[in-house]
Design a protein around this ligand. Structure first.
Ligand SMILES: NC(=O)c1ccc[n+]([C@@H]2O[C@H](COP(=O)([O-])OP(=O)(O)OC[C@H]3O[C@@H](n4cnc5c(N)ncnc54)[C@H](O)[C@@H]3O)[C@@H](O)[C@H]2O)c1
Length: 253
C-alpha cells in the first residue's frame, strides 16, 4: 500500500475530489483527518472510507482557529502529520467588466474577496499550521490545488488569481522548506466531474470538451490517484512542481 500508516489531512473532503482522495488514501492504508465546512457531507465521506481510522473536523480553511483544530486532530490523535492535501476551494464566477446603462461595472469585491480568502489564504493557513509538526518531524508532503484556470479563464479572474497565487506559494515553500525535508507540490486539474462543473450548461460543456484532446473531463478518482502518488514516498524527489492533470488540454499552450 502506498500510504501505509501515513497520517494525512485532507481539506474540502466532503465531496468531489476531496472525498475521492479520502477514499483512495483510506484504501492505501493512511490514517486520516478529513475536514470541510459541510458536516453532513463529511459524515458520508467517513462512511465511504470503511474501516480506516478517520477523524472528522468541521471548519473553514479560511479561519486560522479552525485550521489549527484540523492539525491538532492529527497530532493529538495520531502523534504526527505526514501529508497535507490542500483541496478545499470555491468559485464565484462573473465577468470582470460589464457595461450597464452606459456605466462600467466590475466584478464585486465580495466575489473577489471570497475566492481569494478560501483558495489562496486558506491554502497558506493550512500550510503554516501543518508545517509546525512537519518541521519537528523533518518530514512532510504537501499537495496544493491550482487549476488550468491559473493560466487565465474568461469569467474567473478571481479564481484564476487565487490559483496562480497557489502556484507561487507552492514553489516558494518548496524552496524554503526543502531543508526540513518537506516536499511541496501542486496539481492543476482541467475539468473534473464534481459539483463545481455540474452547473456548466450542456452547450458550454460541449464547447469545452471540443478543446480537450481526451474529449472528456476527469473522474474525481483520477485526481485522487495523482494525490496518492504525490503524497507517497514514490515521489520522494519531486518538489516545487505543478502537475497539470488535464487530458492534454494545456499541452500545446
Ligand atoms: N472540478 C473541477 O473541474 C476542478 C478543476 C480544477 C481545480 N479544481 C479544484 O479542486 C478542488 C476541489 O474541487 P471539487 O471540484 O471537488 O469541488 P467541490 O465543490 O465538489 O468540493 C469542494 C469542497 O470544499 C468544501 N469547502 C468549500 N469552502 C470551504 C472552506 N472554506 N473550508 C473547508 N472546506 C470548504 C466544500 O464544502 C466541498 O465539500 C478545489 O480547490 C477546486 O478549485 C476543481
Amino acid at each position: 500500500m502506498l500510504l501505509e500508516n501515513k497520517v494525512a489531512l485532507i481539506t474540502g473532503a466532503g465531496q468531489g475530489i476531496g472525498r475521492a482522495t479520502a477514499v483512495r488514501f483510506a484504501a492505501e492504508g493512511a490514517k486520516l483527518v478529513i475536514s470541510d465546512v459541510d458536516e453532513a457531507a463529511l459524515a458520508e465521506t467517513k462512511a465511504a472510507c470503511g474501516d480506516a481510522e478517520v477523524a472528522v473536523v468541521v471548519g473553514s480553511v479560511a479561519a486560522r482557529d479552525d485550521v489549527q483544530k484540523m492539525v491538532n486532530a492529527a497530532v493529538d490523535g495520531y502523534g504526527r502529520l505526514d501529508v497535507l492535501i490542500n483541496n478545499a476551494g470555491i468559485t464565484r464566477d462573473g465577468l470582470t467588466t460589464r457595461i450597464k446603462e452606459g456605466e462600467v461595472r466590475f466584478m464585486s469585491d465580495e466575489k473577489w474577496d471570497a475566492v481569494l480568502e478560501v483558495n489562496l489564504k486558506g491554502t497558506w493557513l493550512c500550510c503554516q499550521a501543518a508545517a509546525v509538526p512537519m518541521i519537528k518531524q523533518k518530514y512532510g508532503r504537501i499537495v496544493n490545488t491550482a487549476s488550468v484556470a491559473a493560466l487565465g479563464n474568461v469569467g474567473q479572474a478571481n479564481y484564476a488569481a487565487s490559483k496562480a497565487g497557489v502556484i507561487g506559494v507552492t514553489k516558494t515553500l518548496a524552496l524554503e522548506w526543502a531543508r526540513y525535508n518537506i516536499a511541496v507540490n501542486c496539481i492543476a486539474p482541467g475539468g473534473v466531474k464534481t459539483r463545481m462543473t455540474a452547473a456548466i450548461p450542456e452547450k458550454v460543456m460541449a464547447g469545452l470538451l471540443s478543446h480537450i484532446p481526451f474529449r472528456r473531463i476527469a473522474e474525481p478518482e483520477e485526481i485522487a490517484a495523482v494525490h496518492a502518488f504525490l503524497a507517497s514516498d514514490e515521489a520522494s524527489y519531486v518538489s516545487g512542481q505543478v502537475l497539470f492533470v488535464d487530458g492534454a488540454l494545456t499541452a500545446g499552450a
